[in-house]
Design a protein around this ligand. Structure first.
Ligand SMILES: Nc1ncnc2c1ncn2[C@@H]1O[C@H](COP(=O)(O)OP(=O)(O)OP(=O)(O)O)[C@@H](O)[C@H]1O
Ligand SMILES: O=P(O)(O)OC[C@@]1(O)O[C@H](CO)[C@@H](O)[C@@H]1O
Length: 317
């Protein structure tokens, strides 16, 4: 299986807190808390490495708390090509209630200097020269990095004929989509940000997904939380098609990183040259499996084959 380069320009340490019910303004007692190396690109990298891919991770890491990431990268078996910057990598707080509701508090991240950006670009160029099978760019941009810089990275990858998969939000998503990545995975809120107005119902969401594919993106995966995922793509004869996957019902513990698990599963299937249907089924089951516990990727459960069977695929007309 080909090598993957996963870029997290703004990685994070996730402090995941499980509690019965969150009551703002009071002392809340956690039933469990855990700190882990994360950020969207790193989460995708972790899942891909567990699925057997050779993965290089890159982006910016704060020097002062880099140790937690370095230990995690060694544990996951990924190659660390992060540029070290002064200070700490941000800590994001994930509050997961018994009901399955999650509240995220995401920090802005350390500011990136022009010099650090230059270092990143130089490394990126070398990494691309090794012709990875795919590049994933995922997560928000840190202060000091403007959306156009993300667009430039995407163009650099595409110029080399390497597939680039994008998962980001807000202005970064708008600039990133303009640069025409091979694939993108917005959730419904991110897609509405791209459109610039609220999307009322699935018909409007699917129309926006279609518009993106018709603008030149090969594969658009619109993730819809517990409602599953819609894959919009262009056939070799230029038609736009849509396939919908509905996940099985599972007991939700923590949904953080479900989108990253989904993206990793989809890319794994693509790099393994599975059919689109098989890939969508696998990735939907993988992300449903992931929400049953804290963390990304496959759980220890022995019912994964059943989860795959329970995913419902349907063509969208
Ligand atoms: N409650 C759930 N039950 C089953 N599957 C789920 C559930 N929530 C999410 N999933 C699966 O995970 C996928 C991704 O979820 P979602 O759309 O919430 O991604 P996201 O917003 O990008 O998440 P994140 O940013 O936390 O990674 C969904 O398409 C679905 O397949
Ligand atoms: O602030 P961003 O970069 O948009 O998202 C960061 C983040 O919420 O995404 C991951 C889940 O997808 C978490 O590990 C991480 O904390």
């Amino acid at each position: 299986m080909g090598e993957v380069l996963a870029l997290s320009l703004n990685p994070a340490l996730d402090l995941s807190v499980a509690l019965d019910t969150l009551t703002p303004g009071t002392v809340n007692r956690a039933s469990e808390s855990r700190m882990s190396a994360a950020g969207k690109g790193n989460n995708v990298a972790r899942v891909l490495a567990a699925l057997g891919h050779e993965v290089t991770v890159s982006g910016f890491l704060g020097r002062d708390n880099a140790g937690v990431f370095e230990r995690a990268f060694a544990d996951w078996g990924v190659i660390d090509e992060f540029v070290r910057v002064p200070g700490d990598t941000r800590i994001n707080i994930k509050l997961a209630e018994q009901s399955g509701r999650v509240s995220d508090i995401n920090a802005a991240g350390a500011s990136i200097s022009a010099e650090a950006w230059q270092q990143l670009e130089q490394r990126f160029d070398k990494q691309l020269a090794r012709s990875p099978a795919a590049v994933v760019i995922a997560g928000s941009l840190p202060p000091g990095v403007v959306p156009e810089q993300l667009g430039r990275l995407i163009v650099l990858v595409r110029e080399r004929g390497i597939p680039v998969w994008l998962d980001t939000s807000g202005e970064a998503l708008i600039a990133g989509l303009k640069a025409c990545p091979t694939a993108a995975k917005p959730n419904e809120h991110e897609l509405a940000e791209w459109v610039g107005t609220a999307l009322n119902g699935e018909a409007e969401q699917l129309a926006a997904a279609r518009q993106l594919v018709e603008s030149g993106i090969d594969d658009l995966f619109l993730s819809l939380g517990e409602r599953g995922v819609c894959w919009c793509y262009r056939t070799p004869d230029g038609q736009t098609m849509m396939l919908r996957a509905r996940p099985p019902q599972v007991r939700v513990v923590n949904t953080v990183g479900a989108g990253d698990t989904l993206l990793a599963g989809l890319l794994h299937a693509r790099l393994s040259q599975w059919s689109g249907e098989a890939g969508l089924r696998f990735a939907t089951a993988l992300s449903a499996d992931a929400v049953r516990r804290i963390g990304v990727g496959r759980s220890d459960g022995d019912d994964f084959a059943t989860l795959c069977e329970q995913v419902r695929l349907e063509a969208v007309s």
